[in-house]
Write a new protein. Sequence first.
Length: 491
Amino acid sequence: MKPDRRFLERCFLCIALIAILLQGSMTCAAVPLQKKDGKKTAIEPPKTTTTAHPAATPAAAATAPAAKAMDAAPQVGAEPARPAKSIWSLEVSPYAVLGSGRPGKTAADFDKPDGVAFLKNGWLLATDAKNHRIQVWDVQAKTHLGEFGHGVFGGEVVDIAVTPDDKVLVTDQILNLAYLFEPPAPGARDEKGKPLGPTNFQFKGTRFGEQGFDKLGGIGVDSRGRVYLVDAHLNEVRRFASDFKVDPSFKFERARADGSTYLHGCEGIAFDETQGNLFIASEKDSVIQVFDLETGAYKKRLIGKLLGADTQPLGTAIFSGAIEGLAIAGNQLLAVDESVGQIQMFDLTRPDVFNADLASFSSRPRKTSGYRGFFGHPPLVNFEDKTNVALQQRVKDGAIIPGQANPPGYFCSPDAIASHTDSVTGETFIAIADQCNYRIAVYRWSDVGRAIDAAGVVAAGGAPKTGAGKPAAAEKPSSRGGGGKKKKGKK
């Protein structure tokens, strides 16, 4: 009996396909995929300048084991289709990527980055939660300068803020207190007689542990040295004077007349001192609530939705989920939209920025809108998924490097954000904790400004002009706050 011709053809086809796949797995680097028109196509990683560590460079493509792990992981790809929102997307590549992109304990590693804040000289401080340390980076030189805090932290460090005289406060959401560090005095030495370097900040005790916080996370410091602390469980903000004593003049308006609170899960914090606005991210509502910076009174303003007659948020949300860190660059409010890896931008010089939802902005001329759009992408591989035990084990074993599987700008659970304007060049640098990719992404406002102009958005008000990278003269970006963020786990 003769073999069936079609059966033989199918056998040969299967053998050929297997051979091609085997050859590709041995000789080709894994290429991340994205969905386009229902089909998977290769995505070209954004071009960026990174640190010298090889694991952080986008040129170091994912390895074959990484490709296998990616197959086992949820392929996040793009955010579910929201045509009204997609038109606001801006393509901006990071200026630098700090960290190896994998969990570890060496100087180049994070495990994991949480809070970020800048010193007066532009050095970046980043909390390294599981390594119980604070890392110090020069974002312009893209180099690791040092670290401090070993043997000090007892719980789970979250956010970080810097006072006008460069004292550093680090919050602990388990012990509900803050750790205080001061810069080393000139000529100071450690207990062994070794000279202290500029990154050897000295521990000066804890603060606020007696204040009855339930989940202390977000922290910010204004230009007068007053400290603002955000409690995610109590849904309130408290202010302390520069000597860390309770400020009795600040009476935060926590709830409406019916007892419902304005905030529901909160840590992100930012200030607009020129206009006297205190911005607090209400994570579960997907909005940013606005309070009076001096008194704490609710201003009946929010960002991200409409404001109902009963002051409840309503309408089509701009944000896709929980809002993490907040920061101000020039007169632009930047907010981390965690679930989709996007940085949302709002022009604070425009009155229509408040009490408006996505549909409201879609009906207005783009170049005069208070909503500026967003940059950043969701991860190609979701390393935040703790239910994928196989994937988490491969990351732990070093078989897959998250920072290679997700190119720079493809955020995985981004958290805190902070900005700083260099006094010499006028460039504004924006640092974002890319938590589950174990790195910090740094952007330049001049690059963001060019993307805004290219999209037809006129840099109105205080937005820097294209190529200049300079914020408005009326207000410098806040470099004091940690930007506020949410920590995973305890709620």
